[in-house]
Design a binder for this molecule. Structure first.
Ligand SMILES: Cc1cc2nc3c(=O)[nH]c(=O)nc-3n(C[C@H](O)[C@H](O)[C@H](O)COP(=O)(O)O)c2cc1C
Length: 318
């Protein structure tokens, strides 16, 4: 990929997101990456009054650079769970030239913050919006705890695990043929798809190796009891075994899958299970809360109408 445009969405003169994006440019210096500082563009706050007169020259110049570029690396700081007003303003201006200002080109999203999330909350939001602006989201990377994970003297990330994650994201970005990252909602949707198709190996692979599962109640359980806590992907296997041992699923519908803050995905729907031991139907609404990490389910909580299960489990004697 040639002529990659790299910038950061901050007007802070000592921006840590600038430090992150500069370190990426330095680390991958074999690539043709052009850095721009958006502070140097004289861009007014979007207003319809200004817009009706003209689109500022600075925005037209910036758009021209977008047109000349083959890909984008953007480091975006988080303000109150959202991108900064500074970056949002520039996005608004670009979008009035054309909604699809990324023009079908690959995008790598980066973020960092002093906190442990590394501004990941808003990056999920931006990741969902990049396609709306015509971009192909290839990868995201957030560096948490900037002060302890970044060496300001060498201008490098100093945590090996973080370096590995950044490499993975960058390689995905530059490799045209590698698949785009799934956003958190897509991860949960692919879980349901695999589950509905009865592809239990795929279901297991979507669970993180260190997954934490709560089936209805958060307490320890005897191995063959369905409800309770399961830890690790190995125990997730037992979770699936317990479901299959107890029920024959007649219907399983997913009505809603939505993303919430902090990598949380909430889903809800209905099911109808035949309880094998009693021959009765167990019908219930359900709610599922998942924390997604690295395109896998790290934490999984499933809630159903357990009173209805007790009723459906009782055997009627003639
Ligand atoms: C108004 C305001 C809101 C902030 N909100 C968040 C936030 O929601 N999440 C977060 O991780 N950091 C938040 N921060 C801290 C920023 O991550 C921190 O200021 C960081 O330095 C911003 O990046 P920059 O230096 O590249 O501008 C906030 C800072 C300000 C000033």
């Amino acid at each position: 990929m040639k002529n990659i445009l790299a910038f950061f969405g901050s007007n802070n003169p000592d921006s840590i997101n600038e430090k992150l994006v500069q370190s990426v440019i330095q680390k991958y210096s074999d690539y043709d990456i052009r850095f721009i500082d958006l502070k140097n563009f004289d861009i007014p706050i979007y207003s319809q009054r200004i817009h009706s007169e003209c689109i500022p020259q600075s925005i037209q110049d910036l758009y021209e650079m977008f047109r000349e570029s083959e890909g984008f690396i953007i480091a975006s700081p988080e303000h109150n769970g959202l991108p900064t007003a500074f970056l949002k303003n520039i996005i608004d201006w670009l979008s009035v030239i054309t909604q699809k200002f990324f023009d079908n080109k690959p995008v790598l999203l980066l973020s960092t913050s002093p906190g442990f999330t590394g501004a990941r909350t808003h990056l999920g939001l931006l990741a969902n919006l990049v396609p709306l602006w015509g971009g192909k989201l290839k990868a995201t990377y957030s560096l948490g705890s900037f002060e302890s994970n970044f060496d300001v003297n060498t201008k490098r990330i100093k945590n090996d695990l973080e370096i590995e994650k950044l490499d993975k994201a960058f390689n995905t970005f530059i490799n045209k043929d590698t698949k785009a990252v799934k956003n958190n909602r897509e991860v949960v949707k692919s879980y349901f798809k695999a589950f509905t198709n009865g592809n239990l190996d795929e279901v297991l692979n979507i669970f993180h190796p260190n997954t934490y599962i709560v089936s209805v109640k958060e307490e320890e359980r005897p191995i063959e009891q369905l409800h309770g806590i399961y830890r690790t992907r190995q125990e997730a296997k037992q979770f699936l075994k317990n479901i299959v041992a107890l029920f024959e699923t007649k219907e399983f519908t997913v009505d809603t899958v939505v993303e919430a803050e902090g990598n949380l995905v909430i889903a809800k729907g209905k099911f109808s299970h035949l309880v094998k031991s009693s021959g009765k139907l167990f019908n219930s609404d359900w709610v599922q809360l998942c924390i997604v990490e690295d395109e896998m389910i790290k934490e999984y909580r499933f809630y159903e109408d357990s009173a209805a299960l007790i009723e459906a489990s009782s055997i009627e004697f003639a």
